[in-house]
Write a protein that binds this ligand. Structure first.
Ligand SMILES: Cc1cc2nc3c(=O)[nH]c(=O)nc-3n(C[C@H](O)[C@H](O)[C@H](O)COP(=O)(O)OP(=O)(O)OC[C@H]3O[C@@H](n4cnc5c(N)ncnc54)[C@H](O)[C@@H]3O)c2cc1C
Length: 506
């Protein structure tokens, strides 16, 4: 059941899923307004949403042109939809001007309140913070009403499941609840009423599911994400104030964004394609020259944008692991292709030498531990091999010995990417490498070829000291989930298992 659900949500990009979720919330609000379950006019909801989305879209296009920035329209549409759900849908000349200024400020913030081409603040949140100071009009967070709550929660859970950020959102909810109780006690108001208001008539859920999780303005590693979630959650209750200055949901988030900005890598690069190499029958490496030097750890990934015409429902951005090692001059990504693939992949295949794309949001905890003596086991399925290419190439280039076992599963020998690097690491660094081949008519002519899948018995057989190792799993969502279950069945504690979900392959 859950796998079926994952397959459905995986057929959309994160941005598209969010667009459908937000549009669905507005649709639900429209219907509830017809039945007078929401105190706004359904026509006003329709008009205000159209103005906010339209203004965000066009202002973003103009600014992207002006600043010569590659950008997609999905993020502008998302910001417009968020604004439509947090600014009261009341019509009137003054309100329409307010809508347009909020959309304008949100879009401008992405280009102006940015350092090294990376924006600092959640665009919708900073827009309503600024309008509160300027025209003294701000967000009402009308989406935070009891009748919309089930829709907010169901869509929010799907979104968080897709982007694997449940931990961060749970911490935020826990801290918000503790903070609400704490401030209710010190301001001597009823704890029960405060909790009730927090749940049924506040922005808590919408902010947590939709805005807190925005990848570009939240930290990139789990520990920092937890601190960020705790900061925002702590500041959220309406009683929180500094002298006479009270926080609001948007101010809490913007303060969290400042923390995130301070602790996150600020890399945004415009790399130029220099070469494409076919690595297996259905995957290729793209080698780029970065426009500037930047530091990363082997195993990390970036978000890549390729603007293209006729973008399909999956949008124009994707995460790709940096398959190159930081010791290499150029950066490399390894990408899998399908017949009838996405418009993104088609335009990627059509990239010519000297094409420029953009990559930002360097992130990821899927990196080797600081302690070089820690015993490791790397498990890869198909294209999930890319982070290990980065790590093992790094170890080779640095001549660094670590106790590593690599189990790499593919259909046939031809489907094994980077085999020469792993074979070299086996010879020069003593890394133990086993290739698991699941196809038919196999020729098992190498001592480390194993026929079949990576099962618990095979893990025991090839990694006898498995209980002493930290396991890394990288591949499609289903491969990671199945392998993790197998490791847990073997008795390996969860904190000895790290995973990298290559979400997007259904
Ligand atoms: C942290 C992270 C790191 C990643 N690293 C890598 C990496 O190093 N290499 C890599 O290749 N991928 C990586 N991915 C996955 C990558 O981001 C894409 O999600 C994945 O490549 C799928 O790309 P695509 O959406 O363009 O679909 P495609 O690859 O074109 O297709 C994938 C599947 O979706 C179907 N499909 C395609 N288009 C549509 C459509 N419009 N509607 C419905 N179904 C469709 C296809 O038939 C196919 O079954 C990573 C993902 C994450 C989250």
């Amino acid at each position: 059941m859950l796998k079926k659900l994952d397959r459905i949500i995986d057929s959309f990009s994160m941005y598209r899923l969010l667009i459908y979720y937000l549009a669905g919330l507005l649709g639900a609000a429209f219907v509830l307004a017809i039945f007078k379950d929401i105190s706004y006019n359904p026509f006003s909801i329709l008009v205000s949403s159209s103005i906010l989305v339209g203004a965000s879209y066009f202002i973003n296009k103009i600014l992207a042109n002006f600043f010569d920035a590659p950008t997609g329209s999905d993020s502008a549409i998302i910001t417009g939809l968020i604004l439509a759900l947090i600014i009261s849908p009341t019509l009137g000349l003054y309100n329409v001007m307010f809508f347009i200024s909020a959309a304008g400020l949100a879009m401008a913030s992405k280009y102006i309140l940015a350092v090294k081409k990376k924006h600092l603040f959640n665009p919708a949140a900073i827009a309503v913070v600024l309008t509160a100071f300027g025209p003294k009009q701000s967000a009402s967070w009308w989406v935070g009403t009891g009748v919309l709550l089930p829709f907010v929660i169901i869509g929010g859970i799907l979104l968080v499941r897709k982007i694997h950020r449940a931990r961060m959102v749970i911490i935020y909810f826990i801290v918000t609840t503790i903070s609400t109780i704490f401030f209710a006690l010190i301001s001597k108001v009823s704890v029960g009423t405060s909790i009730y208001d927090m749940i049924f008539s506040s922005s808590v859920f919408f902010l947590g599911f939709v805005m807190l999780t925005e990848p570009l303005t939240s930290p990139t590693t789990q520990k920092k994400q937890s601190i960020y979630a705790a900061i925002v959650g702590f500041l959220l209750p309406p009683q929180v104030h500094f002298l006479n200055w009270y926080t609001s949901p948007e101010i809490s988030l913007v303060i969290g964004n400042v923390y995130s900005f301070i602790v996150s890598p600020k890399v945004r690069i415009l790399p130029t394609l220099i070469r494409k190499i076919r690595t297996t029958p259905d995957s290729a490496d793209f080698i780029f020259e970065p426009d500037k030097d930047f530091n990363f750890l082997p195993g990390q990934y970036m978000e890549w944008t390729i603007p293209h015409l006729n973008t399909d429902s999956r949008g124009n951005r994707r995460y790709f692991t940096l398959a190159s090692s930081p010791t290499e001059t150029n950066i490399r990504i390894g990408v899998k292709f399908f017949n009838n693939g996405s418009s993104f992949k088609e335009s990627m295949l059509a990239l010519e030498g000297n094409s420029m794309v953009s990559a930002a949001h360097l992130a990821g905890d899927f990196v080797m531990p600081n302690n070089p003596r820690e015993k490791l086991a790397f498990i890869a399925g198909g294209i999930g091999i890319t982070p290990y290419r980065s790590m093992i190439k790094y170890l080779l280039d640095k001549n660094q010995r670590r106790d590593v076992v690599l189990l790499y599963s593919s259909k046939h020998v031809d489907d094994l990417a980077y085999k020469s690097i792993f074979d070299k690491a086996k010879k020069e660094l003593g890394i133990r490498v086993f290739y698991f081949l699941t196809g038919r008519n196999l020729k098992l002519d190498q001592d480390n070829f194993v026929e079949g899948r990576i099962t618990p018995d095979r893990i025991k057989e090839h990694i006898p000291d498995f209980m002493e190792r930290t396991f890394y799993i990288s591949g499609t969502d289903s491969m990671v989930i199945d392998t993790k279950e197998n490791l847990i069945k073997l008795g390996i504690p969860k904190n000895q298992i790290k995973n990298d979900y290559f979400s997007g392959y259904s």
